[in-house]
Design a protein around this ligand. Structure first.
Ligand code: EPU
Length: 484
C-alpha cells in the first residue's frame, strides 16, 4: 500500500507536503529555509543504521557533565497536538531521535509542513497543519512506531475523520489500543476496524464521561487532545498522571484549550470551537536522565546531569538511596557519585509516580551489581524481560518467573556479543557493557537510536570507551533518500 498519494515526481501528497529545514520561526521569510523532499518509498527503515553496532570497553568511571535532551514521550504527543490547529506550533527542546523523525514523516505524509531549526535552534521544530490533505497513519509508519496512533484523536477532532493502522503486538507486550477506541466512541465517534485499519469518523465530537478501565499514558493523551475540540465538557477518570501528560496539557492550554486536573486521576476538559498556534518547550527526558544516573552509579563515577527535572525522578532517587547511592538534586540538575558497594532492593513497576517500567531494564543491570537478592516485578507490560537473557550471557544470575525476575548479586559481568530487543533493554545492555570486563559488542542499536539522542557521544564525553560501527555493506537503498 502506498503511504500517501504520489505526485508525478514521486513526492507525497496532492499538495506537495514539504519538510523544510531552516532557522525560520513562523514570522521569518520562508526563503531562509532550505527545503528538502523525502522519498517515502523507504521512509520507515534506514537499512544502513539497522546494521550499526556499539563496541564498548568497560571499566571507565563516568565523570563530568551530561546535558539531558527533551523527552521523546512528551515530544511525540506535542507534535500530534499541532494537528488540532491551522496555525503554526513551535516546539523547542525536541530530541533528535529516530521516533521524532518518524513522527515528522507521518505529519508530512498528511500534508503538514514541518520546519526544522539548525545550529543553535536544531532542537526546534515548527509544525503547520493548515493544509492537511490525508488524515491517515499508514501501516508502514505505525509498524515502526506505535505512538503514531496518537494522531487518531487529534485527526478526528480537527478533520472529522481518521484512518490509522492498528499497531499490532510489540516486543514488550500485546499493547492494544482498545481504550483509545472506547474513549473516542464515548465522545461520539463511529469506529470501524477492518483490513488492519481503524477508520473513525464524527461530525463533531461531543463531551462525555470516560473512565479508563486501566491507566494508559498515550490513551489519556489521545483522548485529552480529542476532547479539546469536542462540544461540551469531558470528564476523564483513572487518567495517567505522568509528567508527559502534564506537559501536553500545558501545551494544549497555551493553544487555547480549557483543561484542569492534568497530573491527577481526573481530568476535565471544556471543549472549544478552535485552537490556535503556540510556542512550547518540551520537558527534559526523565528516562534518559535516570539511565545516565544508573550508568554513573555502576561505573563508580561522579556525574552532573544538567537540564533535567529531578522532581520527575522521585521513585528512582528514593530506590537508589535505599541501595546506598548518594544523589544531590537541584531544581534542574543532579549530581550522582558512588564509591561504595550497592545493597540489593526490590522494585515493582507502577504508573507515575511509582517506579517507571521504562527504567526496569536499567535497574536490572544495577541489581546484578548489588549485594544480595533483588526481586523485580514488572506490572505494566507482560513481556518486558528480554534483556534478562542477554545480561545472563554477560554473567548475571537472573531467574525469570512470570512477571518477576530474581536477580542475585553481585556477579562480575564479562564482555560478550549481545543484541538489543527494545529501546530500554538496549540501554540496560549499554550500562552492563560499561561495567563489564573487556569489549562488548551490542547489535541492533537502532532500537536505542529511537529514543536516546547521540548516546555514544554523550557517554564518550564523560569518559566511556564506546564507538559505533556500521556493517560494511554496499549502501543500496539508504533511506529516507533526500532530494535537495
Ligand atoms: N493498554 C491496554 N489498552 C489500551 C492502552 C493500554 O490494555 O488501549 C495496556 C497496555 O497494554 C499496558 C498498559 O495498558 O499493559 C499501559 O500501557 P500505556 O498505554 O500506558 O503505554 P503507552 O501509552 O503505549 C507509554 C510510553 C511507553 C511507556 C508506557 C508506560 C509513549 C510514547 N510511550 O506507552 O514508553 O513504557 O507509556 O509508562 O509515551 C519507551 O519509551 O520505551 C516506552 C515504551
Amino acid at each position: 500500500m502506498k503511504l500517501v498519494p504520489k505526485s508525478p515526481n514521486g513526492n507525497p501528497g496532492k499538495a506537495e507536503p514539504l519538510l523544510s529545514v531552516g532557522d525560520s520561526g513562523f514570522k521569518k521569510p520562508v526563503s531562509r529555509t532550505r527545503t528538502i523532499r523525502i522519498d517515502f518509498r523507504n521512509v520507515a527503515i534506514a537499512p544502513e543504521s539497522l546494521m550499526d553496532k556499539f563496541v564498548i570497553r568497560g571499566g571507565n568511571p563516568l565523570v563530568g557533565s551530561v546535558r539531558i535532551s527533551g523527552a521523546k514521550n512528551a515530544a511525540l504527543p506535542a507534535m500530534a497536538a499541532a494537528i488540532l490547529t491551522d496555525e503554526p506550533v513551535i516546539l523547542e527542546n525536541i530530541p533528535d531521535v529516530r521516533d521524532i523523525q518518524t513522527e515528522r514523516n507521518l505529519l508530512v505524509s498528511m500534508g503538514a509542513e514541518v520546519e526544522l531549526g539548525y545550529g543553535r535552534a536544531s532542537h526546534r521544530t515548527t509544525i503547520s497543519c493548515n493544509n492537511l490533505v490525508n488524515p491517515e497513519a499508514a501501516y508502514e509508519l505505525v509498524k515502526t512506531m506505535r505512538a503514531s496512533t496518537l494522531v487518531l484523536g487529534p485527526l478526528l477532532a480537527r478533520m472529522g475523520r481518521a484512518r490509522v493502522s492498528q499497531p499490532g503486538g510489540c516486543a514488550i507486550g500485546a499493547r492494544p489500543i482498545d481504550l483509545h477506541i472506547k474513549g473516542l466512541e464515548r465522545l461520539g465517534a463511529s469506529i470501524k476496524q477492518e483490513h488492519g485499519y481503524i477508520e473513525a469518523s464524527a461530525d463533531r465530537l461531543r463531551g462525555g464521561h470516560i473512565i479508563f478501565d486501566k491507566i494508559t499514558v498515550t490513551g489519556t493523551e489521545d483522548l485529552m487532545m480529542a476532547a479539546t475540540l469536542a462540544e461540551g465538557e469531558t470528564i476523564m477518570e483513572n487518567c495517567a498522571r505522568e509528567p508527559e501528560v502534564v506537559d501536553l496539557a500545558a501545551l494544549l492550554t497555551k493553544m487555547g484549550a480549557k483543561i484542569s486536573g492534568a497530573g491527577t486521576h481526573t481530568i476535565r476538559i471544556h471543549g472549544v470551537e478552535k485552537l490556535h498556534g503556540a510556542r512550547h518547550r518540551i520537558i527534559p527526558d526523565r528516562i534518559e536522565a535516570a539511565t545516565f544516573v544508573i550508568a554513573a552509579v555502576l561505573t563508580g563515577g561522579d556525574l552532573q546531569l544538567i537540564n533535567c527535572d529531578p522532581s520527575h525522578l522521585g521513585s528512582l532517587i528514593q530506590k537508589l538511596e535505599e541501595c546506598g547511592v548518594s544523589i544531590k538534586a537541584g531544581t534542574d540538575s543532579m549530581r550522582v557519585t558512588n564509591g561504595h558497594q550497592l545493597e540489593a532492593a526490590d522494585i515493582s513497576t507502577e504508573e507515575f509516580p511509582g517506579f517507571p517500567t521504562d527504567m526496569q531494564a536499567q535497574y536490572m543491570t544495577l541489581a546484578t551489581q548489588s549485594q544480595g537478592t533483588s526481586i523485580i516485578t514488572e506490572n505494566i507490560f507482560e513481556n518486558r524481560f528480554m534483556h534478562a537473557g542477554e545480561l545472563a550471557r554477560m554473567g548475571a544470575n537472573i531467574k525469570v518467573k512470570g512477571s518477576r525476575a530474581i536477580v542475585r548479586g553481585k556477579t562480575p559481568l564479562s564482555s560478550a556479543a549481545v543484541q538489543c530487543s527494545d529501546l530500554r533493554a538496549s540501554a540496560s545492555l549499554v550500562i552492563a557493557a560499561l561495567v563489564a570486563d573487556g569489549e562488548t559488542i551490542i547489535d541492533r542499536v537502532y532500537h536505542i537510536d529511537r529514543g536516546y539522542e547521540r548516546i555514544e557521544e554523550k557517554l564518550k564525553g564523560v569518559g566511556a570507551q564506546i564507538r559505533r560501527i556500521g556493517e560494511i555493506l554496499p549502501k543500496r537503498a539508504a533511506a529516507p533518500s533526500v532530494v535537495a
